[in-house]
Design a protein around this ligand. Structure first.
Ligand SMILES: Nc1ncnc2c1ncn2[C@@H]1O[C@H](COP(=O)(O)OP(=O)(O)OP(=O)(O)O)[C@@H](O)[C@H]1O
Length: 489
């Protein structure tokens, strides 16, 4: 749709844009990214013919942009720029109606029924109908942006060029506007070429991106190219981590501020308090820990400070105990939004707590086990097992700095160690009288201080993985010795 070949140009004899090549396809949403002053607006001006081309060319639907008349260009493409050249005495409706100019004929340029229909439609779409009689100068920055978009859409262009279209917009209007554009792209084949500053928004909405740096492209292609965070660091000079959006299969970016790059070191053993009563067990850390867990609350990958297990009776039968946990945490002034929460039939006072330094790394394990509910999962149906409440909670705290990969491998090591420990000290399944492989449904927490030794792998063959296994094994021995349940011979 837009073909840019060896394009150079700028404001003076030394060009800002240097020999760029780019093809934007019909019906795609293409985002142009780059830091301030990298030449994005200049490229737009060359593409729209606002700036003279020094060398190379720009073809729109195969026609040289410089050969198109102003009216031909206006029917082909609409531009939403940062520079607003509209009379501030106009009303919102009058400004939007200017978008119909390319379709009006004759000397007196009357508005047709079709023109009014389009204007009503775009006002509705951009949510500015209520502002139609308001003077443009008296509306907010975000409202102005939406009115100018309505004007651009009223042009019914094949291509929409947008220079930071979400500037001034709050989250609601940013997403509303981009959803609207995406809808027009997908339903009506509108081609969108947008300058965007927000990498996360660009990743969610664009089909392809280009990363402009000092007048040249560093990357052109699929949004997944942005996962090359070294390129982003080079362009923006900010530490960027790439993650995946939990619902949309697209990358998302997390920036690390400078102040957070150098955190103050603290002593692990002084950094927490442990409380135990008949009702609950609560470990509170001064600093949040990087945590992976399958807790009833606070599951997944999080930064959390509070770790608690609440005692319930064996006949407790609530299939979704989140609400109860929330109430109990509130009762004891534990902020549930910063907590892993679990329930246990075991008495919190019977919990085994061991702290140990293994391979120069401090670790703490907290294990609660209620053996009455042990089941051999190979002998009983899942539905039966689901009716039994949690009876094993294991929390493993480690004073080290794990990568996300190490967190996962460490979690696996802890699970393997638990299974091994159960094999070494078998429990009896009261129903099948076989060895219990598990106690349903277990909760396991692995939490890291993210300071000190850097660990990229905590699998069962690594020193740290073996250290964790030793600790798990020891904790199981202690807790099982308390219960003394063995397989009947
Ligand atoms: N009218 C102008 N006359 C001369 N130089 C200009 C003019 N407009 C921009 N420039 C220069 O051209 C370079 C690129 O500017 P441009 O506006 O294209 O950057 P940009 O990537 O759009 O930046 P931003 O993200 O801040 O909008 C900058 O060094 C800028 O100072």
């Amino acid at each position: 749709m837009i073909s840019i070949h060896n394009l150079s140009g700028g404001y003076t004899s030394s060009p800002i844009i240097n020999g760029l090549d780019l093809d934007i396809l019909k019906g795609e949403f293409f985002a142009l990214l780059g830091k301030n002053g990298s030449g994005k607006t200049t490229l737009f001006k060359l593409v729209t013919g606002q700036l003279p081309i020094k060398s190379g060319n720009v073809l729109v639907s195969g026609k040289d942009i410089q050969s198109l008349s102003k009216l031909e260009k206006a029917k082909k493409m609409a531009v939403l720029t940062q520079e607003v050249h509209v009379s501030f005495d106009y009303t919102v409706e009058e400004i939007i109606s200017l978008g119909r100019y390319p379709y009006q004929r004759g000397f007196f340029k009357h508005m047709s029924k079709k023109d009014w229909k389009v204007i009503e439609e775009v006002m509705e779409l951009t949510n500015v109908t209520d502002l139609r009689k308001a003077p443009f100068r008296m509306i907010s920055g975000g409202e102005k942006q939406r009115v100018l978009l309505a004007k651009a859409l009223a042009q019914e262009p094949e291509i929409l060029l947008l220079d930071e279209p979400t500037n001034h917009l709050d989250i609601k209007h940013t997403f509303h506007l981009l959803d609207l554009l995406k809808d027009r792209q997908q339903m009506m084949g509108l081609t969108i070429f947008a300058i965007l500053h927000d990498l996360n928004v660009a990743s969610l909405y664009a089909d392809r991106i280009a990363l402009l740096h000092d007048g040249s492209f560093l990357e052109v292609g699929d949004v997944d190219r942005l996962r090359k965070v070294d390129q982003l660091k080079k362009v923006y000079e900010v530490k960027v981590n790439s993650q995946s959006h939990p619902i949309v299969p697209k990358p998302q970016f997390l920036m690390t501020p400078n102040y957070a790059a150098s955190r103050e070191f603290y002593r692990f053993e002084d950094s927490y308090q442990l409380k135990r009563s008949d009702e609950y067990l609560h470990v509170q850390f001064d600093q949040p820990l990087r945590t992976i867990s399958n807790g009833v609350m606070g599951a997944g990958l999080q930064w959390l400070k509070h770790f608690c297990a609440f005692h319930v009776e064996k006949d407790y039968d609530n299939p979704s105990p989140e609400r109860d946990l929330q109430n109990w945490m509130e009762k004891y002034s534990i902020p549930y939004e910063q907590a892993v929460g679990m329930i246990t039939t075991a008495k919190p006072v019977d919990t085994v707590v061991i702290t140990e330094t293994i391979e120069n790394i401090e670790m703490m394990i907290i294990l609660t086990l209620e053996t009455g509910n042990a089941v051999d999962i190979t002998k009983r149906s899942g539905s039966e097992a689901d009716q039994v409440i949690s009876c094993m909670n294991m929390m493993l705290f480690i004073d080290a700095d794990f990568t996300d990969g190490a967190l996962v491998s460490g979690y696996m090591s802890a699970v393997e160690a638990k299974t091994k420990a159960l094999q070494n000290q078998p429990l009896s399944d009261p129903h099948s009288h076989t060895v219990a492989a598990d106690t349903p449904p277990d909760v396991m927490v692995l939490a890291l201080t993210q300071q000190g030794m850097k660990i990229s792998n905590a699998g069962n063959r690594t020193m740290i993985g073996k250290g964790m296994a030793q600790l798990v094994n020891r904790a199981f021995k202690e807790v099982l010795n308390k219960h003394l349940l063995k397989v009947p011979q």
